[in-house]
Write a protein of this length. Structure first.
Length: 310
């Protein structure tokens, strides 16, 4: 019912974690490996281990979450080792995520992945909004273009890009024109909406320490923006570039809407953080019920079939 073909591989279901959530350590990753997620992805790696920003740096709020983690991670080698051993142990597809602080760092990590026995998919995170002083790469169209052209001079394994939300039709057009130049496997929209601000109603105080409380927003707040970005890229990108939909997936209905916009795989961040890996069971039950009620047997029956008003 929910099997999804992506990269010539049949995933049991389209659900996976969003990078950054429940995927920093091997024990968290092992929990995802035995959950009912269709696939799973590791925390974005930088060449060396990073402590990230000072805590408090993540906060759940009624309508979502705010975070300014600052790319804390255990370093590229840690994740490469885990990925190499996992692909011998389990069929469950494991995605690598890299987030270099520069083009050179991204090139270096991707060269190591290319040279390694890693057989899975790599996600290039061009959209972390939380490293002080580092603008989100994918808001710089020239830098994004240059980065991708340098990567595809040598990288032959499956590569996707994690994008920030865009809010302007001209930006959708410009970004799609750049992305269509490259043999990308997928585009993942969206990362958190950068640099939001949440105020604790009882203390007149922000709730996270870094950047005076400014952080990436996730959860229910971001679904309309996430759906728009999924739809905008689905309608602009060449069909061989698939879309992973991320942002505001809390129920099966939210998942259904991302699929209706054209998503192939679905990533869950904030709600996974709140609910834990059992969420994948609930989302599959809810999505299956919706499909049954509408008479759909497979996701392909309705993927991308969003109706507009004539
Ligand atoms: O790409 C990212 N998006 C986020 O919202 N937070 C993390 C982080 O801060 O590490 N990275």
């Amino acid at each position: 019912m929910l099997t999804t073909n992506f990269l010539d591989f049949d995933f049991d279901n389209p659900f996976m974690n969003a990078s950054g959530v429940h995927c920093m350590t091997t024990s968290e990753l092992d929990e995802l490996a035995v959950s009912n997620a269709g696939a799973y992805i590791m925390k974005s790696a930088t060449p060396e281990k990073r402590d990230g920003n000072p805590a408090p740096r993540y906060f759940d709020v009624p309508l979502g979450s705010i975070n300014s983690m600052g790319l804390p991670n255990l370093g590229f080698k840690y994740y490469l080792e885990y990925a190499l051993q996992q692909q011998e142990r389990t069929e469950r597809p494991l995605f690598f995520s890299v987030a270099g602080m520069s083009v050179a760092e991204n090139i270096a990590m991707l060269k190591e992945i290319e040279a390694s026995d890693f057989k899975g998919v790599t996600e290039l995170n061009l959209s972390c909004p939380n490293v002080p002083g580092k603008p989100q790469v994918a808001y710089d169209f020239e830098l994004t273009d240059k980065t991708l052209s340098r990567i595809f001079e040598f990288f032959t394994k499956p590569l996707g890009v994690k994008l920030p939300p865009y809010f302007d039709m001209a930006h959708f057009d410009q970004m799609a024109a750049i992305l269509n130049k490259y043999p990308l496997t997928y585009v993942n929209s969206i990362n958190s909406i950068g640099n939001g601000l949440y105020i604790d109603p009882t203390s007149d105080q922000v709730v996270i320490k870094p950047k005076d409380g400014f952080g990436g927003i996730g959860g229910e707040y971001v679904k309309p923006t996430a759906l728009a970005n999924v739809r905008a890229f689905y309608t602009r990108l060449k069909p061989e570039i698939k879309i992973i939909g991320t942002g505001g997936i809390i129920t099966g209905q939210d998942a259904y809407e991302h699929l209706l916009c054209g998503a192939t795989m679905l990533q869950v961040g904030t709600q996974l953080q709140k609910e834990g890996p059992m969420i994948f069971d609930r989302l599959q039950e809810e999505l299956t019920a919706i499909m049954k009620a509408k008479g759909y047997k497979t996701i392909a029956d309705f993927r991308g079939q969003l109706k507009t008003i004539a």
